[in-house]
Design a binder for this molecule. Structure first.
Ligand SMILES: *Cc1c(COP(=O)(O)O)cnc(C)c1O
Length: 231
């Protein structure tokens, strides 16, 4: 039986064009926006097809699922962890991750620093911000962000590269706008050992808007791979 992933090719083209359009409209010509494929529930064959279309970044949500799939992934793509990460699972993924985007506590950062030392690496991370103040979601409250950044900046084996957020559903632009302001505000403070290179914001429903508000990394699941049967 021949399986066809043509729909992924089509979806990728549509997303690539929409990202280009949003960039042309809202950003300066040499701004870069990376498209990440979010792989949760998606078979490795489909993920590899997306890589063959031009995807260079994979986003992983679950440690166990990643462990079971990673051996099948085309190794040309870099992998980021974007899901809720328990401290006791850091050791399973840290070797493979170019970036851990979902750091929202000093406790998690401390464990990442400890494990990074063991693996002799400097682990790049983003701090996740709970921009909508939703109790059900991870991320640090905006009011406590600067303190957390300062504390995390003290760790030798961690390098903070920017911020990540998952805004409340509904697409209200005020959250995207507020996140951009926070990102620019932190950038302008030029804190030691903190760089603001990456603003990871925007998913299938709001990526064009997110690019308008300064995102340079959009995380796309459904629009690329189709609806997930389960989460
Ligand atoms: C699932 C997920 C996405 C992608 O969501 P879609 O709406 O399917 O594009 C992006 N970021 C995170 C952190 C996710 O868990």
């Amino acid at each position: 039986m021949k399986t066809s992933f043509d729909y992924i090719t089509e979806n990728y083209k549509r997303i690539f064009d929409a990202v280009g359009e949003a960039k042309a409209k809202y950003r300066s010509p040499d701004d870069r926006v990376d498209i990440m494929a979010v792989t949760k529930t998606v078979a490795p064959e489909a993920v590899n097809h997306a890589i063959s279309c031009g995807i260079k970044l994979l986003g992983e949500n679950r440690v166990q699922e990643y462990e079971s799939k990673k051996g099948f992934y085309d190794s040309s793509a870099k992998v980021h962890f974007i899901g809720n990460l328990q401290t006791n699972k850091v050791k399973y993924i840290i070797e493979d991750m170019e970036l851990i985007q979902s750091v929202d506590s000093l406790k998690l950062a401390a464990e990442i620093d400890r494990q990074a030392k063991r693996f002799n690496k400097i682990q790049d991370i983003l701090i996740e911000v709970n921009i909508g103040g939703e109790a059900s979601k991870g991320g640090i409250e905006p009011e406590r962000l600067e303190e957390l950044l300062y504390d995390v900046s003290q760790y030798e084996n961690i390098s903070v590269k920017g911020l990540m957020t998952i805004p409340p559903p509904g697409g209200d632009e005020k959250f995207l706008c507020r996140m951009q302001q926070i990102y620019l505000d932190i950038s302008s403070k030029k804190m030691d050992n903190i760089s603001m290179d990456i603003l990871s914001m925007g998913m299938s429903g709001d990526y064009a808007k997110a690019i308008r508000y300064g995102s340079n990394l959009v995380r796309i699941g459904t629009a690329l791979f189709g609806a997930r049967v389960y989460n």
